[in-house]
Structures are given as structure tokens and as C-alpha cells.
Design a protein around this ligand. Structure first.
Ligand SMILES: [Mn+2]
Length: 351
């Protein structure tokens, strides 16, 4: 507790000064977004299915501010099994969430967060199709702008950066709850400020968030430093079958492994972060069988290969160094297709 006191004292003399940046978005586009929000009493927020910290954190942060300026807010994501992933249950603001079935059928204004395509809205795609206006807030380079209005900056490290700017433009300010949501987005999408997307603007934003008295150590523990015991057993099995093929390292997690320990799918989502540390590999892949029997494939590159392009060819997408796709084939067929697409992308390369 002493550390919190020390931090509060240390921070109290300096105020959090909002830094208004346009990011990669024309000023007029920000203004139009504010206009669209001004025109409605209720705003329907949505983020992508199987939400990560950036998707859910950005959405809840903006939700808080919309409520504070007198808007009715509903927020959701289009998963059939509507449950917030365990590691994100510490996020404040979850009382704003409603299951897709309770979501307005044809919202006057919908805002989507971190969703690169219409399809990534899952069960909420039809609602978006019927919405009068849809503001798309995102940072995925592949996002072509599926709404009626776009706030998309592919150079932003996280959607949370765009969310923060929207908050200032709405006349909102940061408090600890809002900052907790935004920080979760920023810290997860930058891999704890390790990825190349970590610019000075990212650290300036982190600084503004920390002035609210954020408990960064508690957020870090919730996000990365805890798992049920069964995770270790499932991880052990996955690591036991890991393979190194030239510069490709890969493994898979069948659902029977998870079932043996009652481990939900979301618990194995981050396993790629362990596999990708392999020195000998340029590319890392983890196939995770979800509860429907489909394979959710995570891929990582150390930079030489654009895995977003490879995954896009397989129906997925993402970023240059971190991307994914869904496969309805077997593990062997999925890997065969992946290797074929890697080949087309000129990999492995002659050195
Ligand atoms: Mn993101």
C-alpha cells in the first residue's frame, strides 16, 4: 500500500494534461464523429468477438465518457457464448455490457472498436447492417472502413489511442476507471511496451494514464501473471508436441486437453507468447481448437514475414508481426495450407 501512497504523492503536483493529437485521422473526420454522437440520445457500442484487452478496454472507456455527457449507452460483443474472458474481468464498467440478444436491433448510432471487418462483429453484424450510422474506430491496416464513418489509423499502436482522443474531443477527461480500461488496451496491444509499435506517443499516453493513480502492477498481474493450475498441464502437453521446422515453430492445443482440466478456451489464447520466444524460429504458430471444434490459429513473425498477408490469404487478418485465422480443416491440412501460403510469400528465403 505504501507504494500507492508514494505514487499518489509523487503524481499530485502535476496535472494530467490532455494531449490532443489527430493521429492519422483528418481533423474533419473527428469533428464529424462528434457531430454524429451529438445527434443521438443512445449510443450502441460493439467490439470484436472474443474481445481482447484493446477491444473491450477501448469500448468501456468511451462508454464511461458517453454516459458522463448524458448519453444512454449499451455495449456488447457478438459471441454466442457471451462471457468476458477471465483475464479481463477486472475491468471496470462491465455493468454497461449486455448480451447480443438484448442489443438494439437497429441502433441510430453504433460505434465499433478494434474490429477490422464487419464479420468480426459476429452476432452483432446484422445490427450494424441495420444501424443508421456506424463509426468504425480501429487500427488494423486491413480495415477498409465497413461503417458509414471511419476513425482508422493503422499506425496507432492500439485502438485505445484513438479512444483516448475521442474522449478528449467529447469533452471527457480521464479518471482511474477510464484509465484502467485504456491502459489495458495499450499495454496488451504493445506487448507491455515491447513491440515495435511502441512509439514515444505510446509512452506519453501511458504517462497521462498513470497520473490518474493507476495500479499498473495489479493490471499486469491480472493480465499475465495468473492462471488456473490446469493451464500448466495443458501447456505442458502443447510444449511436448511443439515442432521446429526450419524457421517455423508450431504446436497445437486440442479441446480434449482443455476438457481434461476444465480449462476454458480463453485461457490458452496467449500460449503463442511462450512458443514465439524460440530463437531458431522466425515464425511461430499455435493452433487452438475452440469449443465448436474449429481451429483458431495464432501466428507471429519476428519481422521478416508479413503474417497478416499470409493469414489474409487464409481468411484471417491482423498486423505484420501478429495475425490469425480460423481453420475448419484438420491440424495437418491447416499447417499444409499455411506452409503453402508462406511459400507464396517467398518464405523460407534463401540467405
Ligand atoms: Mn487492437
Amino acid at each position: 500500500m505504501t507504494s500507492h501512497v508514494a505514487r499518489a504523492e509523487q503524481h499530485s503536483p502535476e496535472p494530467c494534461i490532455p494531449e490532443v493529437e489527430t493521429l492519422g485521422i483528418p481533423k474533419a473526420a473527428w469533428e464529424r464523429a462528434i457531430q454524429l454522437i451529438d445527434q443521438v440520445d443512445e449510443v450502441a457500442l460493439a467490439c470484436h468477438v472474443s474481445p481482447d484487452g484493446d477491444a473491450l478496454g477501448s469500448m468501456l472507456a468511451v462508454g464511461y465518457v458517453l454516459r458522463s455527457i448524458g448519453k444512454r449507452v449499451v455495449a456488447s460483443f457478438g459471441d454466442e457464448y457471451f462471457v468476458v474472458p477471465r483475464i479481463l474481468r477486472f475491468l471496470p464498467g462491465q455493468e454497461m455490457l449486455c448480451p447480443p440478444a438484448d442489443y438494439p436491433e437497429a441502433p441510430a448510432l453504433m460505434i465499433t472498436f478494434d474490429s477490422s471487418t464487419f464479420e468480426r462483429l459476429g452476432l452483432l453484424s446484422p445490427n450494424a447492417a441495420r444501424a443508421e450510422e456506424v463509426i468504425v474506430i480501429d487500427h488494423h491496416p486491413s480495415n477498409a472502413g465497413f461503417g458509414t464513418h471511419s476513425l482508422i489509423d493503422p499506425h496507432a499502436a492500439a485502438t485505445a489511442m484513438l479512444a483516448e482522443q475521442l474522449i478528449y474531443r467529447l469533452g471527457g477527461s480521464l479518471d482511474r476507471d477510464i484509465a484502467t480500461c485504456l491502459y489495458t488496451g495499450l499495454v496488451t496491444d504493445t506487448g507491455s511496451f515491447r513491440y515495435s509499435s511502441t512509439t514515444s506517443a505510446v509512452h506519453r499516453m501511458a504517462s497521462r494514464l498513470l497520473f490518474t493513480g493507476l495500479h499498473t502492477e495489479e493490471i499486469a498481474r491480472e493480465l499475465w501473471d495468473r492462471s488456473p493450475f490446469g493451464y500448466l498441464k495443458v501447456l505442458a502437453r502443447a510444449l511436448d508436441r511443439v515442432q521446429l521446422e526450419g524457421s517455423l515453430v508450431w504446436t497445437y492445443v486440442p479441446r480434449v486437453d482443455r476438457a481434461a482440466y476444465g480449462l476454458p478456451y480463453t485461457e490458452v489464447e496467449g500460449m503463442i507468447d511462450i512458443v514465439r520466444r524460440t530463437d531458431e524460429a522466425e515464425i511461430a504458430v499455435v493452433l487452438k481448437e475452440d469449443d465448436h471444434g474449429d481451429w483458431q490459429v495464432s501466428t507471429r513473425s519476428k519481422g521478416a514475414v508479413d503474417v497478416a498477408a499470409v493469414c489474409a490469404a487464409l481468411g484471417g487478418g491482423g498486423h505484420h508481426n501478429a495475425a490469425g485465422f480460423t481453420s475448419y480443416d484438420s491440424v495437418e491440412e491447416t499447417m499444409a495450407k499455411f506452409r503453402r501460403e508462406l511459400g507464396k510469400a517467398g518464405w523460407p528465403r534463401a540467405v
